[in-house]
Design a protein around this ligand. Structure first.
Ligand SMILES: Cc1cc2nc3c(=O)[nH]c(=O)nc-3n(C[C@H](O)[C@H](O)[C@H](O)COP(=O)(O)OP(=O)(O)OC[C@H]3O[C@@H](n4cnc5c(N)ncnc54)[C@H](O)[C@@H]3O)c2cc1C
Length: 434
């Protein structure tokens, strides 16, 4: 990786520095964007809100997730999620091999533990086949035991193409490739404003660079086009450039438990439940990690701070938005008892243990310890429906032909990241008329 210093001089002259295509929070999208930039003779810059390079890659969702490379079973056939996950997983395995990023195809079982779940499990299997997920099979209790000796289940979908990786390493390798393509990383630049300039900035050759990006510290960068993919803040960045406030982002914190080291032998690969079709999350699962740990989780609890990783983290602005968001009030009313149950499980280890023992009965409370947390950016429409697929938006007015916001990139967006990035580059070329 190039040293931090080599990008710093770009930041020094930021008030006079002109970018041609700027992107906020899209490190992984930046490789295809910079390839796209090379084809169209544009220089590309990425803005990161952190000063230190270490925190500028995968600092939020991409660095606080389960680390699973999903194979694409769950998603509606024909949806962007389904197509981008299957392609993304193939691209990601190829990328990890090419860049020597540690990864493992350790497989996954989606396990039905009671009779009522079996029709849903069969439907998932059919879905996976329609999505062309490689290697899927339905297996019974004997084969479950062969693969996961401590797991009980009536039937399971076996997905050998599911794997694990550390997404921080993927993001760092993308950043290296981005630099190789001549991209520029502008750190310590939290975007606070995006607007069309009324007058040409000095030295900008007329109105060639009409979009002004302003940081929270008052620094300005002028550019031709902007792409944003700001995760938990994607609605706010869209809104500051004049787009609709909807869909809003609602933060859902996911807490993990971990197995104590002496109990890690209980889990070999990924073990997942049959998901509840009413919710977009996959349910509490068992995931092996590269450092030998086994994570259990995450749950899904409404968070009171967008980038708040602790149970008591709170932001008045974020809570304010939550209280006045009509869609969220509707969502809470519809799922009140489920939400209360998740909150209770977040506090009570024994309640979580009960859910986990359905799969591995031999687990006891003494085998568990609290682990890290992540916060999901879940887009929500006006009517309280969780938005399932990706959302692109440019808004209206003169800026619309110069800006592209990625407003919803939910799970499995880490798996799909390289495929999403290709799509962003194509979409940018189309919308900007490159
Ligand atoms: C608990 C959890 C588990 C998950 N498990 C998996 C999994 O196993 N497999 C999988 O495929 N997916 C998983 N996901 C989903 C996946 O991690 C996300 O969908 C994906 O990482 C989203 O990437 P992103 O780049 O859109 O957002 P992020 O990774 O959150 O990046 C957004 C970036 O934008 C920057 N930013 C925001 N505002 C500004 C601003 N004003 N100025 C400058 N920069 C800004 C932020 O600093 C951040 O760096 C999980 C997610 C969570 C939370």
């Amino acid at each position: 990786m190039r040293p931090f210093r080599s990008v710093r001089p770009m930041v020094c002259g930021v008030h006079a520095f002109i970018q041609q295509c700027a992107s906020c929070g899209v490190q992984r999208a930046s490789v295809p964007l910079s390839r796209c930039g090379a084809v169209h003779k544009l220089s590309v810059a990425v803005f990161a809100s952190y000063a230190a390079l270490l925190y500028s890659t995968a600092s939020h969702q991409s660095g606080h997730n389960s680390g699973v490379i999903h194979s694409g079973i769950y998603y509606t056939p024909g949806s962007l999620k389904a197509k981008l996950c299957v392609r993304g997983a193939a691209l990601l395995y190829e990328f990890c091999e090419r860049k020597s990023i540690p990864h493992r195809r350790c497989g996954k079982l989606i396990v039905a533990v009671d009779q009522q779940e079996i029709p849903r499990l069969r439907a998932l299997y059919e879905r996976g086949l329609r999505n062309q997920v490689p290697g899927l099979a339905m297996i019974g209790p004997k084969q479950i035991k062969e693969k996961e000796p401590y797991c009980r289940g009536l039937m399971a979908v076996d997905s050998p193409n599911t794997g694990i990786v550390i997404y921080k390493y993927v993001a760092k390798s993308c950043l290296d490739e981005f630099w190789d393509y001549g991209g520029c990383l502008i750190t310590d630049f939290e975007v606070a404003g995006i607007e069309m300039t009324r007058e040409s900035p000095m030295g900008s050759e007329g109105m060639q660079y009409p979009v002004m990006i302003r940081s929270t510290k008052g620094e300005d960068v002028y550019c031709k086009y902007v792409v944003t993919c700001a995760g938990l803040f994607s609605d706010r960045l869209s809104q500051i450039s004049g787009c609709s406030p909807e869909p809003r982002i609602v933060p859902f914190r996911g807490d993990y438990l971990m197995l104590k080291p002496e109990k890690r032998y209980l889990v070999k690969g990924n073990i997942y439940p049959v998901p509840d079709p009413r919710f977009p999350f996959l349910g509490v699962h068992f995931t092996p990690r590269f450092d030998g740990n086994v994570w259990l989780g995450p749950n899904a609890v409404l968070a009171f701070k967008r980038e708040g990783y602790k149970l008591c983290d709170f932001s008045a602005r974020d809570v304010d938005l939550v209280l006045f968001c009509r869609g969220l009030r509707k969502l809470v009313m519809k799922n009140f008892s489920y939400g209360v149950g998740e909150m209770y499980r977040a506090f009570s280890l024994s309640a979580q243990l009960k859910a986990l023992q359905k799969y591995i009965p031999e687990l006891s409370i003494h085998d568990l310890m609290r682990g890290p947390s992540g916060v999901r950016a879940q887009a929500l429409d006006r009517d309280g429906n969780l938005v399932d697929d990706f959302v692109f938006d440019s808004g209206t007015g003169t800026i619309a032909s110069r800006i592209l916001h990625v407003r919803n990139a939910p799970s499995p967006a880490a798996t799909s990241s390289l495929a999403i990035a290709e799509m962003i580059a194509d979409e940018a070329a189309k919308r900007f008329g490159l």
